[in-house]
Design a protein around this ligand. Structure first.
Ligand code: SAM
Length: 293
């Protein structure tokens, strides 16, 4: 694999670009691990983000019926076409994944979406979190994501309340998906080797979010406010975000739902955030303040 990567780089006179987070996967064992965890079948539609030189892509098209690859770097299009053009189920889009309507792109490539698709990616690490948030928040018709990312981000995604890695990213990912660690990946599995350890995570989309709230936007505002300033108490964090409410009213609200206003936001689980959001929803409605948020 490493030899093939080298020969493609030479043939097309390319150098891995740091600014696009290009660390090509050259470890066949890891590729097989990703494919196994994706449980692919010919009925599957897969979106690959950042196909790079196509090491993973070739194996994806051999297992899934349809693969749409989205690559931002125009210089990689010729080597990708050379290796993949002969597969009838393969489509290639030169685009920034952060600017793309993914459901729209899948529908344009393969026709109306009749069943959820999978996302597989060795992510460019400089934009892991924005890509992840976009894949979740846009509510695309995805059911499973197999994502290679920096180990630390994987740890944050899976973190439990009260631990040092727990934060707004943990809440968002756990709200929409069930995250699992699939593989640990050393720097030597890539060319060039990154400076960090990596992991492959499988995120299985939940049919319904982990907690039900009256107003999802308000739920995420509560999460952001609670983690906003880590050293602040929960009551202070909420008060500095929801400025239309006096702090004593916020304290009273928290006490009513049995949450200590003096704790830190990072102690709270998803159900606690949902409880606060729903209580706030009632209060803001009662005060006629919800529109002014
Ligand atoms: N999949 C290949 C592999 O495993 O060898 C390459 C993975 S490399 C870590 C990340 C890939 O994402 C690169 O091909 C890079 O050009 C591409 N990329 C970077 N930013 C992107 C963006 N905004 N949209 C789409 N692709 C992007």
């Amino acid at each position: 694999m490493a030899a093939q990567t080298r020969s493609l780089l030479n043939k097309y006179n390319l150098r891995p670009k740091k600014r696009f987070g290009q660390n090509f996967l050259v470890d066949e064992r890891i590729i097989q691990g990703i494919l196994a965890a994706a449980r692919l079948s010919p009925e599957d539609t897969v979106v690959e983000i950042g196909p790079g030189l196509g090491g993973l892509t070739v194996q994806l098209v051999q297992r899934a019926g349809r693969v749409l690859a989205v690559e931002v770097d125009g210089a990689l299009i010729p080597p990708l076409k050379e290796q993949l053009a002969s597969y009838p189920g393969f489509r290639l889009l030169q685009q920034d994944i952060l600017k793309l309507d993914l459901d729209g792109a899948v529908a344009e490539a393969f026709g109306p979406i009749t069943q959820p698709y999978k996302v597989v990616a060795n992510l460019p690490y400089y934009i892991t979190t924005p890509i992840l948030m976009r894949l979740l928040e846009e509510k695309y018709q995805i059911n499973i994501m197999l994502l290679m990312m920096q180990k630390e981000v994987g740890e944050r995604i899976k973190a439990a309340p009260g631990t040092k890695d727990y934060g707004a990213l943990s809440v968002a990912v756990q709200y929409y998906t069930v995250p699992e660690l699939v593989l640990r990946v050393p720097p030597s599995s890539f060319k060039p080797a990154p400076e960090v350890e990596s992991v492959v995570m499988r995120l299985t989309k939940r049919e319904v979010p982990a907690v039900v709230t009256k107003d999802e936007k308000l739920f995420f505002q509560v999460v952001r406010a609670s983690f906003g300033q880590r050293r602040k108490t929960l009551a202070n964090g909420l008060a500095s975000f929801f400025t239309s409410l006096p702090k004593d009213q916020i304290i009273c609200l928290l006490e009513k739902i049995n949450i200590d206003p003096g704790i830190r936001g990072e102690q709270l689980g998803l159900a606690d955030f949902a409880g606060i959001a729903d209580a706030l929803y009632e209060l803001l409605n009662a005060e006629g303040l919800r529109e002014s948020r």
